[in-house]
Design a binder for this molecule. Structure first.
Ligand code: ZN
Length: 394
């Protein structure tokens, strides 16, 4: 079983007007000085970390007058600012909390100190105490760079080599780091996993003038299979990765043992292209998202530009039903019941056309792997790729 941890107290945030005397205070109280100071520009704070048993204290110093900490001190003075609870899947807990009636101060997880992703609850819902939920960012393995004619691909690997091979494919304008890594961590006990960044995505090379096409992405996956010496593997793809996984399964059936796709769509029209491409307009994105994309991709503006062209060509794909009907592998199709990009009908259409397919529907309102319960999705994938009869061990 893949279990979900209960929230644990990770740190206590304390607003300080001047860190000097407060550092001295905690040295006198606890016998220790902060072990690290980190500036979080997005929040306008410098964070002084003090070890305190299983949890820690974070002294929060305003970097400028507009900082939420400066406003807090002006209104309420120095002192206790918030409690932070760590969870292993922040987006799952965000959905749980919203369902329970808590208002969140942010729609999406924000970058916090210490490499965490954080979100705050409205203090009116928590009897006056500001509560933060946080999640440590998955530590990615160092990628291996696999050379191809179009540039080097970043490939991340998890799990031991005696396990069945599984390839994980991220979505359009996504990356292993932001999409498939969370699934790789959940599945690593059962598989030897390779997750690649497609050409132009994540840590992979920016293609030298070659347009991004399904042919190129299929070739990307074949290069990874070859680099591991795998004649065949199970293949999972999220969104566009699902399309590429299905194309590989159809064109090169011997290379794909079993197939799974999540939140994928095969039938494109101009309205859906417009919806998708609205999400690929760099200047329409909030500045903090733009800042994150700088860290995720080598040249995210060029990538978004090329991906709009890729998406615009999708309605021209000939004979989509025939393509899907020629897939022979056992296939698992999963979807979030209220995906805001591809409606459930997208999954039903796939299920109707792919011959040996099963359908799994998870609660979820947004388009993304971590927007559904990752443990639940991992369980479905585990059961699909390793049916009980073929499992050698638990
Ligand atoms: Zn905090």
């Amino acid at each position: 079983m893949i279990s979900s941890l209960l929230p644990r107290l990770e740190h206590v945030g304390i607003a300080v007007a001047d860190p000097g005397p407060v550092r001295t205070l905690y040295r006198r109280l606890l016998g220790t000085l902060p072990y690290k100071v980190e500036e979080v520009q997005d929040q306008g704070v410098a964070t002084h970390f003090i070890a305190a048993g299983a949890a820690k204290l974070e002294l929060l110093e305003a970097l400028h007058e507009d900082s939420p900490i400066a406003r807090h001190i002006a209104k309420r003075g120095e002192g206790l600012h918030h409690l932070a609870f760590e969870v292993d899947n922040l987006t799952t807990h965000m959905a749980r909390l919203q369902e329970a009636g808590f208002r969140l101060l942010q729609d999406e997880p924000q970058p916090g100190a210490d490499g965490k992703r954080i979100v705050f609850l409205h203090p009116k819902d928590t009897h006056g105490v500001l509560v933060e939920f946080c999640e440590s960012q998955p530590v990615l393995p160092t990628p291996t760079m696999v050379a191809t004619p179009d540039g080097a691909l970043a490939v991340y690997s998890w799990g031991s080599a005696d396990r069945p091979p599984l390839v994980l494919l991220h979505g359009a304008a996504g990356s292993t780091r932001t999409e498939t890594a969370v699934l790789a961590r959940a599945l690593a006990p059962h598989f030897h996993i390779a997750a690649l960044d497609f050409s132009g995505h994540g840590a992979s090379d920016v293609f030298a003038g070659a347009p991004l096409t399904a042919d190129l992405f299929v070739a990307n996956v074949q290069a990874v299979l070859a680099s591991f010496g795998w004649s065949a593997a199970h293949v999972f793809g999220f969104s566009m990765g699902g399309y590429i996984a299905a194309e590989l399964a159809r064109r090169h059936p011997a290379q794909v043992s079993r197939l799974a796709v999540h939140a994928s769509n095969a039938f494109w029209d101009e309205a859906l292209v417009a919806e998708m491409n609205a999400r690929l307009q760099p200047d329409a994105l909030p500045s903090h998202v733009q800042a994150q994309l700088e860290h995720i991709h080598r040249d995210w503006r060029l990538l978004f530009d090329r991906m709009r062209t890729f998406v615009a060509g999708l309605p021209d794909l000939p004979d989509v039903p025939g393509r899907l009907q020629s897939i022979q592998q056992p296939t698992l199709i999963t979807a979030a019941d209220q995906d805001d990009l591809f409606p459930l009908q997208s999954a039903l259409d796939l299920h109707a056309h792919v011959p040996h397919s099963r359908l799994g529907v998870l609660p979820g309102t947004r388009h993304g792997i971590a927007r559904v319960s990752v443990p639940a999705l991992a369980e479905l994938l585990h059961a699909h790729f390793l049916p009980k009869a073929s499992r050698s061990s638990g």
